[in-house]
Design a protein around this ligand. Structure first.
Ligand code: NAD
Length: 272
């Protein structure tokens, strides 16, 4: 059973690895014996996660990388290959929303600035596609690989207020299917592409929408989210790990092109 779900000695690249969800994934992968490259726009955040892994006896390197800049991704790939020799897994975790691309009483849909919409769409969608080009090509050369994208509940049904983030995450679920088929049909049947769609986990990108900045109490939106989650609470980042280990190991070797919700039942609940 342990072998079936093993990630031991796999070389894993995690974009957005300095963040809350993907930092948790990186640490769990290292604890499972994987060698992890933590790619992030903020080197200090990547270094903090890598140092934590190394303190516990794991193997990790921090790599400065902007997932919106192909040259930067190629430089990151070169650094990972120079250090570890190959790449077995890519987790496309960099992403998030932005206040300026969010409707509010002060900002109507009609006035949302195009640059904010473009920023959020690019960060999530292009920021998944470009690393998939760079590391996917390497996987084709290696004749094996595994890509894990991070989608969202917004991909299934858009939440109010965040049109660009919703559309971008829907694009990620769609792209997950597209790339899974493309890899099998054109390159290698051993290159798999899947996604996780997390439900609601309190992190820096959504804290301002779900909790009050001053008191920390749930906002009406936060209460609605919890009310529509049959399990009645936000998720904890470590609750993504089971789905991640399954999708990155032999346990799921006949699975490609799927997006797995990890959401306390949110996507199953119509609210009535
Ligand atoms: P986070 O903000 O803690 O982490 C995101 C990380 O991405 C940060 O470390 C940030 O520095 C990095 N990043 C931002 N722009 C980058 C760029 N251009 N290049 C490289 N790195 C960049 O957020 P999180 O909640 O841990 O989110 C991780 C992923 O999970 C995101 O794709 C997010 O959309 C998705 N997600 C989160 C939730 C949730 O409830 N938190 C729900 C569904 C999906």
């Amino acid at each position: 059973m342990n072998d079936l779900f093993s990630v031991k000695d796999k070389i894993v690249v995690v974009t957005g690895g300095g963040g809350i969800l993907c930092g948790t994934m990186a640490k769990a992968l290292a604890a499972g014996g994987a060698k992890v490259a933590i790619l992030d726009l903020f080197e200090a955040a990547a270094t903090k996660v890598a140092d934590e892994i190394k303190t516990k006896g794991g193997t990790a390197i921090p790599v400065l990388c902007n997932v919106l800049d192909k040259t930067s991704i190629e430089q990151a790939r070169d650094k990972v290959v120079a250090t570890f020799g190959r790449v077995d897994v890519l987790i496309n975790g960099a992403g998030g929303n932005k206040k300026e691309a969010t409707t509010s009483p002060q900002m109507s849909f009609f006035d949302l600035p195009a640059e904010a919409i473009r920023f959020v769409f690019d960060l999530n969608f292009l920021g998944t596609l470009l690393p998939s080009q760079v590391f996917g090509k390497l996987m084709v050369e290696q004749k094996a690989g595994n890509i894990l994208n991070i989608s969202s509940m917004n991909a299934i049904r858009p939440l109010t207020k965040i049109p660009a983030y919703s559309a971008a995450k829907a694009a990620i679920s769609n792209f997950t299917q597209w790339l899974a088929v493309h890899m099998c049909q054109n390159y290698d049947k051993d290159i798999r592409v899947n996604a996780i769609a997390p439900g609601f986990f309190l992190t820096e990108q959504n804290r301002f929408l779900l909790t009050d900045e001053k008191t920390g109490a749930l906002t009406p939106r936060g209460e609605t989210v919890v009310g529509h989650t049959p399990m009645g609470r936000f998720g904890s980042p470590d609750e993504l790990l089971g789905a991640m280990f399954w999708l990155l190991s032999e346990a799921s070797k006949f699975v490609t092109g799927v997006t797995i919700p990890v959401d306390g039942g949110f996507s199953a609940c119509c609210g009535v």
